[in-house]
Design a protein around this ligand. Structure first.
Ligand code: WT7
Length: 574
């Protein structure tokens, strides 16, 4: 491996929560962090209590917990108001008979109601499954079926994508809308909330009890239900301090939707466990509205993503000058490789270092990060958080020396590690196939000073605009199209989105390639699965490369695409 340039951006700030990274590593213990919670003594816990009620019962009661805005709404809620609203929703669920361990899904766009519902469900001990609003029927069905969901909270606009007839275990559909049509199992959110009690007996659970299910993709099979437990709060709380750098007067904004793990771990748990003021902006990406949001709420900490930052960079430096962004003091990024040029641009136009952070749905929380008090090497993900160890290992578990590329592995365990893959213990075990290590599926190397550098995915998982897409899920949908005989899907490098989804398709007899057909196939995936999983590029081929057992070789498709040698094709069919 070539040695990277030694470009380094010195710290501009110390973090009072962690003055010196190396020192903190030496003295750190998770047990000390646990002592910040009263449940340390009682053994019984509830994430929503620690995130909201604890502050509502303190001098933070009237502090703003949530500033919400979109194109039509602008509302703010104190910790006390968040407590009462989530209590009410907890009662709505309890009246429906929801008990600890039941799976309750939340399938709706970001609004204050989403957060009340989320927290209320956690308060009664339910395991919450947040779903991104762009999901279409097949994606919703797969996730609700796999988890045996009993209730779903949704909106009138999304209701038709919940295929109730295929979901015998689903008993309640709670609809958040001004006019809710009556129907079997339909519950009117506003009607129930209007009369629900503001007092709730919280369900105290064990720290290892289920909290949340995030479905995420691998390279084979349907999406996996990654299950996290209440114990994860230890890591959310701590990384909220040392990575997000949350302090009492901060106004914090995370761009992610709670349908993805960033939008829960760092859009809900970490900021509120730390008693911070959290900004949620609904609606879509818009450079003007985004800068306007920072200006309006005087946001000091901004957690974003490489695709968003690249899009902002594409809009140019002039727009930045039209807004007062001087409130910003800490900027972070996650989800995909952060290009060094974006880091340099951030320094120039925001006057801010952009701190890259690495972790995954499965890890539940930050693992390899950059910190305010540490020099940044643009292009590097940083160093493991105190209390954890990362290494580059080969397939036999040998730790590799600096600059050798291999599996990015994390020493087990850590507090926010997933505890199971729903209904699929074999998938869970695969991550831990090398004793003592969690194998991330990413390849990376480590430099001689301990900075980690991302190199790529080891499997076929696609990362498009920071969203993780499993090729199998897309291929399965594609072959349902009447014209498609076979399909193979890969990530194609893209300067803005990191990767875009490209599908190679073999047509059935009687169909001829055309641009209309391409558009129709893309639309079919968009409407059946989700917009972000639809191929942006389609190429028709007479034959796709396959193994003897009939598996399409995505490796060869990728080589075709990149104009690389296809390697050993001896296992190809003919
Ligand atoms: C995959 C996990 C957890 C946050 C959102 C993504 C890629 C994540 C980085 C980074 C390069 C990154 C990895 C990882 N990824 N952060 N800082 N630099 N790549 O969660 O959907 O579970 O995806 O995203 O490939 O394995 P996710």
């Amino acid at each position: 491996m070539e040695q990277q340039s030694t470009e380094s951006v010195a710290p501009t700030a110390t973090n009072p929560n962690m003055k010196n990274y190396e020192e903190e590593r030496k003295t750190f213990s998770w047990e000390e962090i646990e002592k910040n919670f009263t449940w340390y003594e009682t053994g019984k816990v509830n994430m929503a209590y620690e995130a909201i009620d604890r502050h509502a019962e303190s001098s933070r009661a009237n502090k703003i917990a949530l500033h919400y805005c979109d194109d039509t709404r602008e509302e703010s809620y104190t910790f006390e108001q968040m407590k009462l609203n989530s209590n009410k929703f907890g009662n709505v669920l309890r009246d429906l008979g929801i008990v600890k361990g039941d799976r309750v899904f939340i399938f709706m766009p970001r609004t204050p109601e989403l957060y009340f519902a989320f927290l209320g469900a956690v308060k009664v001990g339910a395991i919450v499954g947040p779903l991104f609003e762009a999901f279409m029927e097949m994606a919703v069905r797969d996730r609700l079926q796999d988890s045996g969901a009993i209730a779903v909270v949704t909106t009138p606009a999304l209701l038709s994508r919940v295929p109730v007839a295929d979901l015998p275990e689903l008993k309640h559909v709670i609809v958040v809308g001004q006019e809710v049509e009556a129907g079997e199992g339909i519950v009117d959110y506003y009607k129930q909330m209007a009369t629900a009690s503001e007092e709730l007996a919280i369900e105290w659970v064990d720290r290892e009890d289920g909290l949340i299910l995030h479905y995420t993709s691998g390279s084979t099979g349907k999406p996996k239900g990654i299950c996290h437990v209440h114990n994860a709060m230890i890591q959310h709380y701590y990384t909220g301090k040392i990575v997000l750098d949350l302090q009492e007067d901060d106004v914090y904004w995370c761009n992610a939707d709670p349908g993805w793990v960033t939008g829960t771990s760092y859009g809900i748990f970490a900021p509120w466990l730390n008693g911070a003021t959290n900004v949620i902006r609904g609606g879509r990406f818009s450079p003007k509205d985004w800068y306007g949001t920072i200006e309006k709420y005087k946001i000091s900490i901004w957690y974003s993503s490489p695709t968003a930052l690249r899009m902002l960079m594409g809009v140019g430096d002039e727009l930045v000058k039209q807004f007062d962004l001087s409130s910003l003091r800490h900027v972070l990024s996650v989800g995909e490789p952060l290009n060094p040029e974006v880091v340099r641009w951030g320094l120039k136009v925001y006057g801010q270092r952009i701190h890259d952070t690495w972790w995954m749905t499965e890890t539940g929380g930050h693992l390899v990060c950059n910190y305010p008090a540490m020099a940044i090497r643009p292009g590097s993900m940083g160093k493991p958080i105190p209390g954890t160890d990362a290494a580059i290992v080969d397939d036999n578990g040998n730790v590799l020396p600096p600059y050798r590329m291999g599996n990015l592995a994390i020493k087990t365990p850590w507090p926010s590690m997933m505890r199971k893959v729903w209904n699929n213990p074999a998938k869970y075990e695969e991550y831990f196939r090398i004793p003592g290590w969690y194998i991330s599926g990413d390849s990376a190397y480590c430099d001689e000073d301990g900075y980690f550098w991302f190199q790529g995915r080891i499997d076929d998982v696609i990362n498009t605009a920071g969203e993780r897409v499993g090729p199998f899920e897309v291929e399965s949908k594609l072959v349902e199209h009447p014209a498609v005989a076979e399909a193979g899907v890969i990530g194609k490098p893209d300067p803005i989105r990191g990767e875009i989804i490209k599908a190679f398709i073999g047509l059935r007899d009687g169909y001829t390639p055309s641009d209309e057909l391409k558009a129709d196939i893309a639309k079919f995936v968009k409407e059946g699965l989700s917009a972000h999983a639809a191929p942006r590029e389609i190429e028709f081929r007479d034959k796709l490369p396959k193994t003897r057992s009939g598996k399409i070789m995505r490796r060869v498709l990728k080589a075709w695409e990149l104009g690389l040698p296809t390697g050993d094709l001896s296992t190809i069919e003919d």
